[in-house]
Ligand binder design. Structure first.
Ligand code: RFL
Ligand code: PHB
Length: 395
């Protein structure tokens, strides 16, 4: 069976669903094709920190009410270095500087519920998704759903299918360049229904490795410790995890940690990756399909959001005047998105390098980390640079 839509969106993660809502609002028809179930997409425990642009987009799309009720506004973060703890107050830069703590799974639920209400078409559990004739004027997407092969004829394809999706690989290797850094460690993350240890986040640089105390609500905490990617989850029973995170967060934080049974535990590898360009013919890459940042600095979901804001603007401009609109936005999409992507890549690479123990680190590198952290603690100018990036650079 062949159906038709203006924009085929591959992937119903944050990039795909934000884009679907933006296009729906502008009257551009779109179909979302996702290879997993809705429950799977909403159950993934990932991002927790939303920048102002993401918060404002939730409001603009009319999906922000629960976030406004349940999300936690932070105007500062903390950095622990061994036994020292210092606070970075975002309001040093501007009185209304903030980030919002609201889990990615909650964002996905709000976007998913609104998509049902607004009758935005999403095909979940589509297998064998393939993109065709992307560099022609008549691209299409095929997939199998409930045993039937379907073909969607479209005008544009948005590749919102994450790091492991099919879209990026559709661009011939002769056309794309991948820039990559794989870090020699991962993050072991734990979710537990215990109150957070501090009102704000704590990022720790400890001689045993990085640690992070984060949260999802006043009764749910998210903690991470740096670990080797070869480690097995079985080697990390809860008691060992709590002992390790307590040690790394330091003695002024540790007494405030409430221990409890974890209900999610996973190891995520850390990498930086950018694929250039982010467009080939009628295919546009967005979010993790085009780039990966290490989670230090919480930029991944927020970058996916800025990409789709740029892409939606470009497509809406293209469809203005009954389809006779300008293609300038489309032609400029890749360069515009990449400029912001590289700034976030720089910040997350810097913050990752500053906070982790690298296996090859020598005395000099350790001293450089200490000197830089000392500078951050003591210099308002150094903190201003950190804050500007952490809360999110302007679009
Ligand atoms: P996603 O979320 O990977 O969604 C892609 C969707 O595409 C589907 N898919 C396909 N669909 C159809 N056909 C195919 N062949 C397909 N292949 C895949 C997938 O099933 C999925 O539903 O990418 P998207 O939308 O670009 O969103 C990116 C974000 O999810 C990601 O950047 C963040 O989670 C990163 N991240 C964080 N970002 C933040 O902004 N703030 C944070 O605090 C933050 N913390 C984190 C994070 C990521 C983490 N991990 C596990 C990688 C913490 C962690 C631990
Ligand atoms: C999270 O809460 O999952 C989180 C917070 C801050 C980060 C990364 C992840 O930098």
């Amino acid at each position: 069976m062949t159906s038709r839509t203006q924009v085929a969106i591959i992937g119903a993660g944050p990039a795909g669903l934000f884009l679907a809502h933006l296009l729906h609002r502008a009257g551009v028809s779109a179909l979302v094709i996702e290879n997993r179930s809705r429950a799977y997409v909403e159950g993934r425990v990932r991002a927790g920190v939303l920048e102002r642009t993401t918060v404002e987009l939730m409001d603009k799309l009319g999906v922000g009410a629960r976030m406004r009720r349940e999300g936690i506004v932070h105007q500062a973060t903390n950095i622990a270095v061994g036994e020292r703890l210092f606070r970075v107050d975002f309001t040093e830069v501007s009185a209304d500087a903030l980030v919002m703590l609201y889990g990615q799974s909650e964002v996905m639920r709000d976007l998913g519920d609104a998509a049902v209400e607004r009758e935005i078409p999403i095909v979940y559990e589509a297998s064998e998704v393939a993109l065709h004739d992307v560099d022609s004027d008549a691209p299409s997407v095929t997939f199998t759903h409930e045993g039937k092969v379907q073909r969607i004829a479209c005008e544009y394809i948005a590749g919102c299918d994450g790091f492991h999706g099919v879209s990026r690989g559709t661009i011939p290797e002769s056309v794309r360049t991948t820039f990559e850094r794989v870090y020699p460690f991962g993050w072991l993350g734990v979710l537990a229904d215990v109150p957070p240890c501090m009102h704000e986040l704590v990022y720790a640089n400890h001689e045993r490795g990085f640690a992070l105390a984060s949260m999802r609500s006043p009764t749910r905490s998210r903690y991470y410790v740096q670990c080797s990617v070869e480690e097995k989850l079985e080697d990390w029973p809860d008691e060992r995890f709590w002992d390790e995170v307590s040690l790394r967060l330091g003695s002024s934080v540790a007494p405030h940690i409430t221990r409890g049974a974890s209900f999610e535990k996973s190891i995520a590898p850390l990498r930086s990756m950018v694929c250039e360009p982010m467009r080939w013919g009628r295919l546009f890459l967005t979010g993790d399909a085009a780039h990966i940042v290490p989670p230090t600095g919480a930029k991944g979901l927020n970058l996916a959001v800025s990409d789709v804001i740029f892409l939606a603007e470009a497509l809406v401009e293209r469809y203005a005047g009954n389809g006779s609109g300008s293609t300038a936005g489309i032609d400029g999409y890749s360069a515009r998105a990449l400029a912001r992507v590289w700034r976030a890549e720089r910040f997350t690479w810097w913050f990752t390098s500053l906070m982790h123990r690298f296996p090859t680190m020598e005395g000099f590198d350790r001293r450089m980390q200490s000197a830089e952290l000392e500078y951050l603690a003591e210099s308002k100018a150094a903190r201003a640079v950190f804050i500007e990036n952490y809360i999110g650079l302007p679009l």
